[in-house]
Design a protein around this ligand. Sequence first.
Ligand SMILES: Cc1ncc(COP(=O)(O)O)c(C=O)c1O
Length: 400
Amino acid sequence: VSTRAPVTAATTGIGATRGRLMVGGPTPLPPEVAAAGALPVFDERTPAFAELFVRVTDRLRAVFGTGNDVLTFTASATGALESVIQNILSPGDRVLVASNGLYGERLAQMCRAFRVDVVPVATGWGQPLDLDRIAGTVAADPGIAAAFAVHCESSTGMVNDVAGFASATAGRISVVDAASSLGACELAADAWGIDVVAAASQKALMAPPGLSFVSVSPRAWSAAARSAMPRYYFDWELTRRAFADGARTAFTPAVGLFVQLDRAIDLLMAEGLAEVRRRHALLGRLARTGIAAMGLAPFAPEEWASPTVTAVRLPPGVSGRQVVDRAARDQGVQFAPGSGDLVDRLIRIGHCGHVDVHDIATAVNALELTLAALGQDVPVGAAAAAIQAAIAAETGGRDD
Ligand SMILES: Cc1ncc(COP(=O)(O)O)c(C=O)c1O
C-alpha cells in the first residue's frame, strides 16, 4: 500500500512485505494513479484544468450511463448524498427510503438530519428490497417527493435491484447511492430512469478518496429550483454555473485528485467498461468459491451477491475484529469487519477497483491461515485449490 504500510515483513514474520488492501474502499491505487499523485499542484484557473475537468466529466457520464449533468464535489460520497438532500428537498418534505443494510439506514438518518420526513421501507439486512411494498407505499402517498435506495449495500455485500426500484417509484425523484457500485456493477442511470446517482472516487474508480459526484436529471433540476433547503458549499446551481463558465469549480478543487482520477479513468476506458464489470463479477464469484471451499458462507444470497465486496459469515468462536486484526498483523492483508450489529459476525473482503484474480486467491489464503491460527478447523489449502480450479475453468479452452 505504501512504503510505510502498517504491516511489514518484520512484524509478520512470514515474509509479507506489503500491506494488501482488501476492504470495500478506499481501494488500492494502480501504480500509474499513485504516480500521478506526485505531480506538482497547478492553478485551477487555467486552460489545463478546464480541459482536465471537461474530460473527466464527459467520461464520468459514460460510467454513470447518463447524458445528464454530472457535478463533482470535494467530499466523500456522503457529501454528494448530502448535496442531494439539500438541493432537491425542503424541510418538511416526505421521502421514501428503502433500506436493507447500514447505508440504507444512513440515508434515512441523513434525511432526518435535514428535517425531512422519512417513510422507511426496510427489509432485514441481507434480504432483497421489497419492490412491491415500495411501489404500494408510493402509490398510497402522493406526498412522497423522492425515493432513496442504495445500489451496492456494502455492509452486507449485496447489490440491490435499483432498476426495479426506479420503476417502482416512477413519477417521484429516484435517488441511488452508487458509492460502492459505480464502475464495477451494471448501472444505466438514464435507461433505468434514475434521476440522481451519487458516488465517489475511492472505490471502483481507483482514485484516492476526496471527490464525489452526482448525476442530475432535468426533473431533479426542477426540484432544485423549488427547494428551500439552506445550502452553500454543495449548491448544485453554483456548481453548474461554475462549470458552464469555462469549466471551473465553484470553490478550490482538489486539483491533484482530478489528475489522479483522470489517469484512473484512462485505465478503466482502456480495459473497457464492460470488461471491468465482467472482471468484478468474476472476482466476486472467485471469492465466494474460495470461502465455500473453506466451509464458510457468504452473508448475501447468491442471487444478490455483490461483485465488489463479499461479506463472510464467521464460524462461532472467532470475531470479526479478531480476524481482521490478526490477518492484518500476520498476513499483511487488510479486511474489514462487519458493520453495525454484525461487526463481529462477519468479515468483509473488498474486491473492488484495482484487484485481480490473484489478489482474491491471496486474500482467501490469508483468511484461511488466519482462521487456522485462531484455532478454527479449516481445511488449509482447500480454498486455494478451489480458486485455481475456478480460474482454470473460466479461462480453459481458450487458445490464448
Ligand atoms: C453504499 C455506500 N454508501 C455510502 C458510503 C459512504 O461513503 P463515504 O465514506 O465516501 O462518505 C459507502 C462507503 O463505504 C458505501 O459503501
